[in-house]
Design a protein around this ligand. Sequence first.
Ligand SMILES: Nc1ncnc2c1ncn2[C@@H]1O[C@H](COP(=O)(O)OP(=O)(O)O)[C@@H](O)[C@H]1O
Ligand SMILES: [Mg+2]
Length: 314
Amino acid sequence: MKKVSIINFKGGVGKTTLSFHLAAYLAQKQRVLLIDVDHQSSLSIVVLGAKLWEKSLKKQSTVNRVFESFCNRKIPMPGAEIVIKNALHHQDPRYDFYPNLDFVSAQFELDDTKIDLASTNYGNANLSDWEKRTLLASWLDQIDAQKHYDYVVFDCPPATKIVSQNALAASDSYVIPVIPDDLSSRGVTHFRNLVETKIDKKLDYLRTSARVPQGDVPTNFVPDTRLAGIVIFLVKHAGRAISGYTNIPTEQIAALRRTWGNDVIQAIGKNKIGVPEAVNAGVPVWNLRANNVTPAVKNMMTSICEELKTRIDK
Ligand SMILES: Nc1ncnc2c1ncn2[C@@H]1O[C@H](COP(=O)(O)OP(=O)(O)O)[C@@H](O)[C@H]1O
Ligand SMILES: [Mg+2]
């Protein structure tokens, strides 16, 4: 089983769109668990549709339960009951394209839970800090994820706080979608340092200083999460420029490649009509029954997912 976080501290860079497509792409052949850990819940609405998502809220069947179990000891760590099996099919029985795509939704209250998490401690502070950062890993142990899935994909919030840290602590690798504007490009450097020198190191420090016995370390905890790839996403098409991109993105794409070399994947995600339409309809671009999704759009998404799969599998 491979676990991957789609993450960036910026919003609107394509995390949700990419998580959705990557999970669907992988689910064509293998068993995938897609988890929305962003309190904004965009992915939940995409995958489930508003009605089914609200149903999952009423049943308290969201990822929030995993985090609440730490803040409120009366709430037990949930099991597989928060997983919605064959999620796309549930939204619309015609969408039976991905029977092996299971899903866990998020809810707005996850934002409040984050605040509670930060202020809740039991006994040894380091042990508490360790436990609250390994809740997702523990939950994956709890549901025996290893046995049921080949991939787990986390759609992360635009933040590097405790929920994202949980996803990273459980992930073998992470993928950073980035828009080639100056700010996003600079952000990658900052973000990568943060993950490698702050988040992973901190977890390691907490584990050793709290003397967590080896048997208590979740088997789904991964101490050194590696960068699988940076995906240049949402590149605007200029039309007239020979390169196909406006000059500014061209320069910034070149700058990203210079800085990050092989960490930047070859395929580029362009800003294309059809992508938001498909996502809003709750289906990947490959399955939208509409004319405005051209083969070029489908091929673009396939190339990105194919390349990411190779890197995630490494
Ligand atoms: N390749 C694309 N072409 C056009 N629009 C896109 C593309 N990818 C994403 N979008 C749109 O851009 C916006 C931000 O994408 P989203 O995946 O929600 O980003 P994030 O999860 O990082 O906030 C959404 O409205 C989405 O529909
Ligand atoms: Mg999102």
